[in-house]
Design a protein around this ligand. Sequence first.
Ligand code: PRT
Ligand code: ZN
Length: 284
Amino acid sequence: MRLKLAIQKSGRLHDDSMRLLKECGIDIANGVNKLKAEATNFPIELFFLRDDDIPQYVEDGVADIGFVGENVVYEKAKKVDVAYALGFGKCRLSFAVRKNEEFTGASFLANKKIATSYPVLVQKYLDAHKITAEIHEISGSVEIAPGIGLADVVCDLVSSGSTLFMNGLKESETILESQAVLIKHKNFSVEANAILERLMFRMESVKKAKKNKYVLLNAPNDNIEKIISLLPGMKSPTVLALATPGWSSVHSVIAESDFWEIIEQLKAAGAEGILVIPIEKMIL
Ligand code: PRT
Ligand code: ZN
């Protein structure tokens, strides 16, 4: 069998979805102009769809899994499971008001007109805060609604914030932090699950590799204990003698998040010739 994966046909998530598959060593045969494509070296078949349709296809089992933004998953509220965070397509769903207005909290929205493409999520927020407001659902260019008098407030996706800024609006309150996720059909056969496990194992290796760097450095033997204590490594660092007496070469893996701090401490401990190399895959 082949696992059927739905991804966005074109748009913001398409390229990152294809790149992730490639990084997982999965080669896709035909072009994306078709509705379907097959991988040549992995039991997976791709469906190219509009992102809005992906949750429905996965609920119905027409696709087994899909890559789609959490914003779409929660707005559509279909019966699917969110199985894995993919780490791309990051954005937030936020309220925005005219830049000269003061957003004083949820109560500011009472009896206002709110333009959004996310009526379900906005209504949920209003209900949670026991507020009544009028929601105008529009499918695109939400940010122009206040300018043309259609709404007082918008609730839209934001990443850099420049769209809001250019339309004289300011972001006021975030109601959802979103990224692309892997969703799956509720009922999975043992066979389908085994393929999904293989795919997720590869995605996790790619993700871990991006978060870590391989470091090589030269260290005076006198300080080697101190330097090793700064480097956790996968098990423990590799230490090899250099041709120069009294010096060793130390190899290890360090997390991107504490990268600069560790490098500074290594330098202070006498490390020299530090080389930092990206890791392609990391299997623990
Ligand atoms: O054709 P199809 O229906 O498949 O695509 P689409 O046009 O509905 O979606 P698309 O391709 O625009 O976005 C797909 C997904 O990307 C969204 O569902 C989000 O999960 C994610 N994503 C991440 C974003 C953004 N960032 C984003 N900035 N989706 C939209 N935007 C828009 C936003 O709506 C606003 O118009 O970008 C503008 C704001 O960007 P900044 O940088 O100016 O703040
Ligand atoms: Zn869409």
